[in-house]
Design a protein around this ligand. Sequence first.
Ligand code: SF4
Length: 228
Amino acid sequence: MRFKAVSQDNDNKLDNAVETLRAIKKQVRRFIIPSVTQVSFKDDPYQVLISCILSLRTKDKTTLEATGRLFQLADNPYDMLKLSARRVAKIIYPVGFYRNKAKVILGISKSIIFDFKGKVPKKPEELLGLKGVGRKTANLVLGLGYHIPAICVDTHVHRISNRLGWIRTDTPQESEEALEKIILRNRWIELNTILVTFGQNICLPVLPFCTRCAVSNACKKAGVKHFR
Ligand code: SF4
């Protein structure tokens, strides 16, 4: 009996998430999609990886402009290694931590050439072995770069999934595991793009636009004290 109750609960959560996600996807269609998703249309895992590194703690517009400047000179690890760390830093400025990111980008490019024969690795553990690559970046490369189902949990995905009441978690890693149980596998890749766009335009970190939100009725608004 207990198993049945738990299973029923998971089924309800799954149905609820499917419907809610569909409505959010419809609402965000008119907004600009995140910079890394835009870069992923070139279908190049290396560019997804580098763009993701640049995007960390940086506004999307700044990331996109820096990505464009950098890829004009070097859009593969071989050309990247022809540049010095100083040059890369100058090109990607003003992204956050640009000096450190320049070193990380060159380190990753070197490792891809010497350890992986010039190709971005496809295995999560190998991606996570690259210096400067965490779970969020690794999952984004798997999903957007290689079309391998993976849930990339960043600050938007973590916050919104909890506010909606889909999950109750404290860390992005817990969120990733919890979301894997209630989001259909064929939605894992697009989940990040949908919720990041939603988080940048409607479900803002501070003072979300709940009165214009397409899923306000289905949302538990967990932890939301003030909204517009
Ligand atoms: S109702 Fe408010 S808190 Fe809930 S998803 Fe919409 S904007 Fe976010």
